[in-house]
Every structure is written in structure tokens, then in C-alpha cells.
Ligand binder design. Structure first.
Ligand SMILES: Cc1cc2nc3c(=O)[nH]c(=O)nc-3n(C[C@H](O)[C@H](O)[C@H](O)COP(=O)(O)O)c2cc1C
Length: 607
């Protein structure tokens, strides 16, 4: 028989084990919001951030088994309409010239046939027409009837004027001439060719010297560089609210949204140096920004070669107009890039990394160069500190960002802010030394930015107030809770209602259509990228239904219901619900839409 005392001890044990379970990462949902019999198995509810970070660039990982439910081959290109209209006829009352000629053109020149086959209009007013006063998608617009009357496309001149005078728009588009010159290998690399020659000479002399230490001592004997490093634009990140570079999800409409929600600094998705130099359209889409992002917009590149880095830096400097910093990715963990010596692999090859930074610095004109690193590549073997010492001594970088995790650890453990602080002390010491050496400390002080696990205003202030840290980059926190910087500003939790959260998504929808277009293809892309965004936003647990605060980014909830239907829907882990949410903005999903979620075994099939 169990005695009363033993029984109580047993109960206490159960309570204790529940408490420990909470500590181990279960979000403390108020009991009345917990769904008693979960309809979705836990494994299918949780998103794996490693998969998400890889975006669509993750190749097959050698020797690694596919994780349960992980979709590796995601071809996310959206389908075009079955009957396509020639783009010369987008505005039939003002036709353009078809470069193939109507007989050879693969798209139809018959407007009546096109309109008869076209999917029915989406309800409401075209968001692009509303924003800019006309719709570049013309007859292809899915909201056509809102700006088409008596066979004519409408123009709202006062809105067109207002938009023009606002100075808004997209920037950093490479010119057709530059693109062609790159593709034909005729582009003139006036600066970087010299820089590369100089760096190559240095490599040769490095190779002739057996020991690296000797090479360092001999540094002074190197010939003067045959070029001058331009004076750089100033970069001051102190206290700035920074959104991390984010492959796939950190697209232009998302970043534009984040600017409206208080972000000061945003970064492009990681662009690879080689496709930039081959001038592929998809890679050159990445440095594009919305005018509201500048100043404060950084372009991030990944590379493994100093020559490619130098050339990419020169093209970015010459062909873009709105870039505040050029950031080198030395943190990307994904296998494909790592095996090619890019991303975090550079942390294992400091000499190569330094050469790349030198090449970028000398070729990027007045754009300052910055670098994003991890603690190291292996667990329990931090190398960032010694690397930072070398980077500071041998290069002029305007900022160093440290993500407090190793490549090996991925997202499994918390970011190591103690180590971030240690590295911050190295940068502070360097800046102090410079201040003593020079009259003005402001000219080229190196900013130090911490990164990892910031999810609340409290995390943000703790991070920013860490000694040696100038500011902090927020990645998943700004995806799961896009209003995080409003909370930082208010210094309190904001219990956003489901309707307010839907308004944020509506803004994203409007921006996405302005960016990708309001035709079938643009709507498909916009819907797809909203699904990617929802794969993060659904993880937000409203503070009002949490038993205790603070919420933690790595905590996982039991299945919960919201305070109303919309809140439950917004928290759904089922990607079919994400698609349902997109229908509120982009109309009913058609047969042409493809979405393959990263973590579920089935692709979306319409119908
Ligand atoms: C979906 C996703 C995409 C990412 N893409 C990039 C990238 O392109 N470049 C980069 O330097 N880091 C990238 N990261 C890493 C983040 O910038 C950041 O370093 C990391 O998530 C840690 O910050 P957090 O704890 O605030 O999420 C990505 C992370 C995620 C989750």
C-alpha cells in the first residue's frame, strides 16, 4: 500500500517532472488553451530551423540521411498561365512591339482568346494600382476589372504623381548593358584586376615562405599595393535595430515590411559571387532593395575565392546605388557551400578569408566591408576570437557580426552570449587602441554585433547592453514576431490581436504584389513567399495565452487553440492552413500553384 506521504511525494514528482519538462523547452501555455487530443503529431508540428536556413540552396548532404518529413528538392518555380498573352499587348490600346513577330511568338496575340481563357478576377481593387496609380501587369492583372473599363486600362494620375514625388521604388537594378558585358565576359574590372594581381603575388610569396609565422614577419617587406583604398562611407550600428540576412524569407517585400515595423538595418539574402559575375537574373534579384531600406541596407555575398570576391565587390559598387555595406558570409553552415569552401568553411581558412576581405575592401569603392562569422565550425572549439584578432590587425572592416553558435551545433543549443562578450572585449580593446593612436576614433571604428536567440525586448536590451556589443542582429525573432522592434521601442510585450497580425500579413501581400507583379505568375510567387513567411509566423504564441513570461524562441508548445478562430488559424502548423490564409489576400489558389513545405512529406496539390 502506498502511504499518504509516499503518494504526495509521487504527485510532487509528477509536478516536478512536468516543471522540468517546461524547462527543457516546452512553452507554458495556459491549460484552457491546450488542445487535449492533438490532431497533429509533435514531429509534424515543429519546424527545423536548419532546413529553413538552407533555403533552396541545400544540396544533398553526403552520408546524411534525409530527416523525417524533410523535403529537399523543392522546385518552387511557379507555373505560367495556360494561354499566355504576348507582353506587347499588356495594354492593347497602346501596344508595344513583339520582338518575335506575331507569327513566331509563342504567346497569343489574340486578346479575346486570352481574356476568355483567363482565370476569373480576384475580388477587390488591385493593390498595385492602388499604390502606384496604374498597373504594369495590364490585361494580365488578376484584379483586372478594378482598372479596366470599355476596353481601356485606367490610370489614376494624381496617385501616379503622388507616387513619383514620394521618391519610392526599387533600387539596385543592374543595367542591361552591364549584365550583357558580364555574360559575354567583356565587363571592365578596372580596379579588381589590379587588386587580384597584387593579392596573387602575395599568395605566391606566402607559398615560398615555409612557415606562416615567418610570412607574417615578412609582411612589411611586401611591395606597396598599386591602388588606393577609397575612403569608405561611415557605418554606425550602435543601438541599431538590425534584421539578419535571411535566405528566401528575407526577400525584398519582407524587408520593406520590417522597415515599416521599426527596423533600421536590413540585409539582402546571401548572394553567391560566381552567379553574380555570370549575371544570372536570379542572383541579381538579391541585391535589389526598396528605397526605404537605404541608408541601412547591406548586401551579403558568399564566396571562396579572393578574385571572385574582388570582382563581385567592384560590380556591386559600380552597378548599384543604394548599398550601405558589403557583408561577407562566413557563417553559412549548409553542406553544399561548406564543401565548396564558402560560408563557415572560411573560418577554417583564415588566410583565405583575410585575402577575400582585402580584395573586397580594395574593390568596393566607398562601400564599407563587414563580415558575419560564427563561434567556429566545431563544437567546443571556438575559433572566432583569434580570427577576430587577425581580421582587426590585417584588415579594415567596418563591422563584425558574431552568431554565438558553431556550424556543428546548428540551432540545437542556445547561442553562447558569454563568448560573444569575450570576443566583444577584443573589438573594444582594438577600438580603444585606435582611439589612443589617432586623433579621431570615429573615422574607422569597427562595430561589433552579437547575434543569436533574441526574441523579446528583454533579450534585445540584455544583448545590446552586453559589454563590447554595439548592437544585435535578429533573425528568427523578426520572422516569428515581425513587430519585435515595436516591442523594443515600447519596452514591453505587445499582445497583438489576430486582426492586427493579419494586417501585417496584408501589408506583406501588398508589397509582394508590387514586387512580383499582380499577374498569375506574380500572385503565385507572392503566395509562395507568404507561405514561407507563415512557416515562421505560425510559431508565435500570443503572450495572452502563456502562463508565464518570458517566451523563449526555442520553446515548443503543446497543440493550442487561440482566443478566437483567426488566432487559432494563424497558429496552425498545417501548411494547408497557411495556403488558406494566403487566399484572404491572393484569392483562391488555382491549379497552377506549387508549394512544397520544407518539413512535410507532401507537396501541395490543388483541387
Ligand atoms: C530561414 C533562415 C535563413 C537564413 N539565411 C541566412 C543568410 O542568408 N545569411 C546569413 O548570414 N545568415 C542566415 N541565417 C542565419 C541568421 O542570420 C542568424 O545568424 C541565425 O538565425 C541566428 O539568429 P537568431 O537566433 O536570431 O535566429 C538564416 C537563418 C534562418 C532561420
Amino acid at each position: 500500500m502506498t502511504t499518504e506521504t509516499e503518494k504526495r511525494a509521487l504527485e510532487d514528482d509528477t509536478v516536478e517532472s512536468k516543471r522540468i519538462k517546461y524547462d527543457k523547452g516546452i512553452a507554458p501555455i495556459k491549460p484552457e488553451f491546450i488542445v487535449e487530443s492533438p490532431s497533429v503529431p509533435a514531429d509534424d508540428r515543429y519546424v527545423n530551423d536548419d532546413d529553413a536556413e538552407a533555403g533552396d540552396r541545400n544540396g544533398e548532404e553526403k552520408g546524411k540521411k534525409k530527416k523525417r518529413g524533410q523535403n529537399k528538392k523543392r522546385d518552387m518555380r511557379q507555373q505560367h498561365e495556360e494561354v499566355r498573352l504576348c507582353s506587347s499587348l499588356l495594354d492593347p490600346s497602346n501596344p508595344g512591339t513583339c520582338r518575335f513577330g506575331p507569327e513566331h511568338c509563342r504567346s497569343t496575340h489574340d486578346v479575346t482568346t486570352y481574356l476568355a481563357a483567363k482565370a476569373p478576377d480576384i475580388d477587390g481593387v488591385c493593390p498595385v494600382f492602388k499604390a502606384i496609380g496604374y498597373c504594369p501587369a495590364g490585361l494580365k492583372c488578376r484584379w483586372l476589372n478594378s482598372h479596366y473599363e470599355d476596353g481601356k486600362l485606367k490610370r489614376d494620375q494624381s496617385q501616379i504623381d503622388a507616387y513619383a514625388s514620394s521618391g519610392q521604388g526599387e533600387v539596385n537594378k543592374i543595367s542591361t548593358e552591364a549584365k550583357l558585358a558580364l555574360q559575354k565576359k567583356k565587363y571592365l574590372f578596372e580596379v579588381s584586376d589590379n587588386v587580384i594581381k597584387y593579392l596573387d603575388l602575395q599568395v605566391q610569396s606566402d607559398e615560398n615562405i615555409a612557415k606562416r609565422e615567418e610570412a607574417k614577419e615578412n609582411n612589411a617587406s611586401y611591395v606597396e599595393a598599386p591602388f588606393k583604398i577609397a575612403e569608405k562611407k561611415k557605418l554606425d550600428l550602435r543601438g541599431a535595430k538590425i534584421v539578419s540576412p535571411l535566405t528566401t524569407v528575407g526577400n525584398l517585400p519582407y524587408r520593406r515590411l520590417m522597415k515599416t515595423l521599426g527596423a533600421d538595418v536590413t540585409y539582402s539574402e546571401m548572394a553567391l559571387s560566381l552567379p553574380l559575375l555570370q549575371a544570372t537574373n536570379s542572383e541579381w534579384a538579391l541585391p535589389k532593395a526598396h528605397s526605404s531600406e537605404y541608408p541601412g541596407f547591406g548586401v551579403q555575398i558568399a564566396t571562396s575565392k579572393h578574385w571572385a570576391a574582388a570582382k563581385a565587390a567592384e560590380v556591386i559598387y559600380k552597378e548599384t546605388t543604394h548599398v550601405s555595406e558589403l557583408n561577407l558570409n562566413c557563417g553559412c553552415p549548409i553542406d553544399l557551400l561548406y564543401r565548396q569552401g564558402q560560408g563557415s568553411a572560411l573560418m577554417e581558412q583564415p588566410a583565405r578569408l583575410l585575402r577575400i576581405l582585402k580584395g573586397m575592401n580594395a574593390s568596393s569603392g566607398d562601400i564599407p566591408v563587414t563580415v558575419k562569422i560564427r563561434t567556429g565550425t566545431k563544437d567546443n572549439k571556438n575559433t572566432a576570437k583569434s580570427l577576430v584578432e587577425r581580421v582587426l590587425a590585417e584588415n579594415d572592416v567596418a563591422a563584425i557580426t558574431l552568431h554565438g553558435r558553431s556550424r556543428q551545433q546548428r540551432y540545437t543549443k542556445d547561442a553562447d552570449w558569454e563568448y560573444i562578450k569575450e570576443v566583444g572585449a577584443v573589438v573594444t580593446e582594438w577600438n580603444n587602441k585606435k582611439e589612443e593612436d589617432k586623433e579621431s576614433s570615429e573615422t574607422n571604428r569597427t562595430n561589433f554585433v552579437g547575434n543569436g536567440d533574441v526574441f523579446t525586448h528583454e533579450d534585445w536590451y540584455n544583448a545590446v547592453n552586453t559589454e563590447g556589443v554595439d548592437s544585435v542582429m535578429v533573425a528568427r525573432g523578426a520572422l516569428i514576431k515581425p513587430w519585435i522592434f515595436e516591442e523594443v521601442e515600447a519596452q514591453q510585450y505587445l499582445d497583438k490581436s489576430a486582426t492586427e497580425r493579419l494586417d501585417i500579413l496584408r501589408k506583406f501581400a501588398d508589397f509582394s504584389l508590387e514586387h512580383w507583379g499582380s499577374d498569375e505568375y506574380g500572385v503565385g510567387l507572392s503566395r509562395r513567399f507568404m507561405c514561407e513567411f507563415l512557416s515562421f509566423t505560425h510559431r508565435y504564441i500570443p503572450v495572452g495565452i502563456l502562463e508565464r513570461l518570458p517566451p523563449k524562441i526555442n520553446q515548443r508548445p503543446p497543440q493550442w487553440r487561440g482566443r478566437n478562430e483567426l488566432e487559432t488559424l494563424l497558429g496552425s502548423t498545417d501548411y494547408k492552413d497557411w495556403i488558406k490564409i494566403t487566399e484572404m489576400f491572393y484569392g483562391k489558389t488555382g491549379d497552377n500553384f506549387t508549394f512544397i513545405p520544407k518539413h512535410k512529406s507532401n507537396a501541395y496539390e490543388s483541387g
